[in-house]
Design a protein around this ligand. Sequence first.
Ligand SMILES: Cc1cc2nc3c(=O)[nH]c(=O)nc-3n(C[C@H](O)[C@H](O)[C@H](O)COP(=O)(O)O)c2cc1C
Length: 317
Amino acid sequence: MKNSPLTIGNIALSSRALFAPMAGYSDLGARYLARLYGAGLTYSEMVSAKGLVYQNKETQKLLDKSEIETPFAAQLFASSPEYLFKAVKLLPSDIDIVDINMGCPAPKIVKNGEGSALLKDPLLAGELVAAAAEASDRPVTVKMRLGFEMGVFTADKVAREVEKAGAKAVTVHGRYREQMYAGQVDKDKIRAVKESVAIPVIANGDVRSVKDYETMLAATLADGVMIGRGALGNYKIFADILGKKVDRSEKENILLQIDFLKKEYPERIVVNLMKSHVSAYASGKPGLAKEIRDRVHHTTDLAELLSLVEVYFGGEK
Ligand SMILES: Cc1cc2nc3c(=O)[nH]c(=O)nc-3n(C[C@H](O)[C@H](O)[C@H](O)COP(=O)(O)O)c2cc1C
C-alpha cells in the first residue's frame, strides 16, 4: 500500500511522499533536490492571487519551475473567489495542479481573511475551490490545518465543503492555527478528516524519518504524506521512503543545489538562498550546527560559501 500510486484528479504521482510548500525555503534548488530523490509532487512557495492579477513580477517568478518538476502544483492564497478565478486564468501552462492555502498562520495573511482564517468559514472555502475549478481544467487541492482556535476542529467541515465544490485532494497539517509550529501533531484528527471525505487526504506535520512516514500513514489512514522541514538538507528521505539507494554525500548535494541555482539566478541571490539551506544541512551535525550557521550567516560571496562547505562537509562520503 505504501508505494502504490496516489492520484490527484487525473494525475498519478510517482510517490506518496510529497515535498511541502515552504515560503523562503522550497525554492527551485530545494525542489530540484526533492524531485531528484523521488518526491511525488512539489509545490511553489505560496503565491498571492492578487499579486498575479496585478502582474507583479516577483510574484510571477515564484511560479518558475524546473524541467524535472512534473507534475508541479502552484499554491495560491486568496480570500476572494473573483481574484482567485482571475489568478488561475493567468497561470502559466506548465502548472499541473492548483493548491489553495488554507493553513498559513501568519498574522499579515490571516488579517486579510486568507490562509488559516478560511478554516473559520467553510462556505467561503468551498466558493474559492469552485472559482479555481471553474477557471481551468486542472485539479484543485487545498492545504489546511485542523482549525483556527486551539481545539476548535473545523477541518472536517472545510474538507467536506471543498470536496463538494470540486477539490481533488486535501492536505492536513495536524495542528491548529493557534499552535503555529509548536505542540504535538494530532494524527487522530487527521484521520477524522480522512474519514469524512472520499477524496485523497495527505497527512502533514513533523515527519522526519521513514519510520515517522510509516507511522503517519498507519495512524491517519491517509493516502499520502507531505514532508517539509524534515526534508530540508535531508532530501534523501524521499529516496529512503521509496527504498531507492542513492550514493551521494551531503557535500555533493549542496554543490548540486548551488550549481542548479547558478543557472537560474545571479550569484548574490544564490548565496542568499543557500545560507538557509546550508544551515539546514548543518542540523545533521549536532556539535557543529551553531558554528556552521553563524559562519554561513556572515558569508557575502559564493567563493566564501563554497570554502565553508568544503571545511564542514568536505570530509565525508
Ligand atoms: C519557513 C516555513 C514556510 C512555510 N511556508 C508555507 C507556504 O508557503 N505554504 C504552505 O501551505 N505551508 C507553508 N508552511 C507549512 C509547511 O508546508 C508544513 O505544513 C509545516 O511546516 C508542517 O510540516 P513539517 O513538520 O513537515 O515541516 C511553511 C512552513 C515553514 C516552516
